[in-house]
Unconditional design. Structure first.
Lengths: 247, 356
């Protein structure tokens, strides 16, 4: 029989706990496929966050560390410094990376830490039940912005990819989206490049992935994908923000 | 090896390296800056060594977490306010059952406090410090030489029991210079680290390594806590260290640790001149606390009372009272903050309360 598709062995057979229509499942698969294609499964260490991806260590079939909320870049730094030949990545959400872990991500980039960060931006806190994130859009209703995010009260959403791109130590920064098949393909290419950047010891790499949270957005899975396109992408433009990997 | 005159902090750093520490992550705070400074000069010259100045104490302890997860001998140091910031990470390290060494050169508090010595972090160090039911092994040196020697114990104990170990010293130990000798230490049998994240080979013998403190099911969390508590019991049975000084036939027993214990020895000499026999019980491990040892000393017929002396409002005194458990009178002398009592003051207090 001709095999046309096979699940990557870098994902375990554990059933994922993610909601229907959530982007995490897609991004997990992309990361795992990239690890398989680059042939680095036996030397890759994953640092998973506090947030919806907290159980990432159950799904990635590699050595994993569960880090404290926001601290994955610091913990990954410790690991990478001990074994520089390991490929070390962090997988973090927007509460984890853009809020409580803002210092850790900025300084990992600032040091040019040779790690890769996959940053899931779904404009909300998922695991805790839909509270406002730094990335929540203006006017977006959440359980802690029930009247919609008011920029006078709590500012405008933070653009992480653009911010990290201003830092000298960052070698590669791109924003992608998983709202459509063409964009998912581009997302995979970006993730692959971010891991390659580390393999080539070029510096810090971050891929921001615009992702869906139908449950906490109060939308169906397909409405959620549409909302990424209609509302998120205009504020969070896709594309390469910095790339010095060829220098 | 000849004795060398060294500042406490630098001697501690050198001893850590000699004990096999190859990774140090820290953040500046007085009075322990000489530790990261020494490490920054020495570690890059040692094979496989790495010093990194973190952006915060929070980041530093999480770098320690990641390095320990990778199987390294790793250390951080700080002083009271900085150690407060590390508590989240220390709790995670305890929960994930990782070995590491944390040095706290205590300064006065609460808040920003002072930069002078203190013993105000006893509760934080011995009762857990962060969230959850856990303990650190806490070693409390009373001289620079003892701090140097204890660094070897610290790293071995961390590896054997897969637990964070704290070297808890008052700022005096860190800042004063004393002659020290670095010598070979008896090697304890150390366990392998098959749990370390070094890369998983699906075709290999080792199972996938997961470093984690999350156990979402009640039964699984219970299992982890039972494992920790069983380990703490073992530590309490096997690893207590204590110095008993002139306790035989003493009328008064003084209980003190760190630099204060040395001042108490001078006070004991002053009391002896007045014909009063005073002994000292000095915990070297303040967790596990030398409960039995103190009880034995207190059980002597000659002993009439106990006096705890600390640069605190009487934090260790709570453990002393628990140990003595009302069998004999106990008293406390000391002040919170950074006021270090003199030998004369302590002796005067002992003689005065004896007459009362």
């Amino acid at each position: 029989m001709n095999t046309v598709f096979k699940k990557t062995p870098v994902l375990t057979d554990t059933i994922m706990h993610y909601c229907p229509g959530c982007g995490h499942g897609i991004v997990h698969r992309l990361v795992a496929e990239v690890i398989e294609e680059l042939g680095i499964q036996d030397r890759t260490i994953g640092f998973v966050p506090v947030g919806c991806a907290v159980f990432g260590y159950k799904y990635f079939n590699i050595d994993c560390v569960e880090a404290a909320h926001g601290r994955a870049p610091a913990a990954a730094t410790g690991c990478k410094r001990v074994n520089p030949n390991n490929i070390v990545f962090t997988y973090q959400g927007d509460g984890d990376l853009a809020s409580i872990g803002a210092a850790e991500i900025v300084h990992a980039a600032h040091r040019g830490e040779k790690i890769t960060t996959i940053f899931i931006n779904n404009a909300i806190y998922g695991m805790t039940g839909g509270q406002m994130a730094p990335t929540t859009l203006v006017g977006q209703k959440t359980t802690t912005s029930p009247y919609g995010r008011d920029p006078e009260h709590c500012g405008k959403p933070i653009r992480i990819a653009e911010m990290i791109a201003t830092i000298e130590g960052a070698a590669y920064v791109e924003r992608v989206s998983v709202d459509s098949t063409p964009n998912i393909r581009k997302a995979k290419a970006a993730i692959k490049k971010a891991f390659q950047c580390q393999i080539d010891r070029k510096g810090f790499a971050l891929v921001e992935v615009l992702s869906s949270c139908p449950t906490n957005w109060g939308k169906s899975p397909s409405e959620a994908m549409d909302w990424i396109k209609s509302d998120m992408i205009p504020y969070y433009p896709l594309g390469v923000k910095k790339d010095i990997t060829n220098e | 090896m000849a004795k060398k005159l060294m500042k406490g902090c630098e001697a501690i750093a050198e001893s850590a390296i000699q004990a096999g520490c190859r990774f140090f992550f820290g953040y500046p705070i007085t009075p322990q800056n000489d530790i990261p400074e020494y490490m920054s000069a020495r570690l890059p010259k040692v094979e496989g060594g790495c010093f990194l100045q973190a952006e915060s104490e929070v980041a530093a302890i999480n770098m320690v977490y990641g390095a320990a997860a990778a199987g390294a001998r790793v250390m951080t140091s700080s002083s009271s306010p900085g150690v407060s910031l590390k508590q989240e990470g220390i709790s995670y390290i305890a929960g994930a059952e990782l070995p590491c060494v944390v040095c706290n050169m205590m300064r006065g508090g609460p808040g920003l406090g002072s930069i002078q010595p203190s013993q105000g972090d006893y509760f934080q160090a011995t009762k857990g410090g962060g969230h959850g039911d856990y303990h650190l092994i806490v070693l409390a040196p009373s001289s620079v030489q003892e701090a140097v020697d204890l660094m070897h114990n610290a790293f071995d104990l961390a590896d054997i029991y897969r637990t964070p170990v704290m070297l808890l010293a008052d700022g005096i130990i860190g800042q004063m210079m004393e002659p020290v000798e670095f010598h070979e230490h008896e090697k304890r049998e150390l366990p392998e680290k098959p749990w370390a994240v070094t890369g998983y080979d699906p075709k290999g013998d080792r199972k996938r390594a997961i470093v984690n403190s999350l156990y979402i099911e009640v039964d699984e969390l219970q299992e982890m806590n039972d494992r920790l508590q069983a380990r703490y019991k073992q530590i309490q049975e096997k690893e207590v260290m204590v110095e008993k000084y002139r306790t035989c036939g003493a009328e008064v027993i003084v209980c003190a640790y760190g630099t204060v214990a040395r001042i108490c020895k001078s006070a004991i000499a002053l009391c002896e001149e007045k014909g009063v026999k005073v002994g000292l019980v000095r915990p070297i491990t303040i967790w596990p606390f030398p409960e039995k040892e103190l009880q034995e000393v207190m059980a002597q017929d000659s002993v009439k009372r106990e006096l705890t002396v600390e640069i605190s409002a009487g934090q260790m005194h709570e453990d002393v009272r628990l140990a003595i458990n009302g069998t004999k009178p106990t008293d406390f002398y000391g002040k919170p903050g950074s006021y270090t009592p003199t030998a004369e003051e302590i002796a005067e207090y002992i003689l005065k309360t004896r007459e009362a």
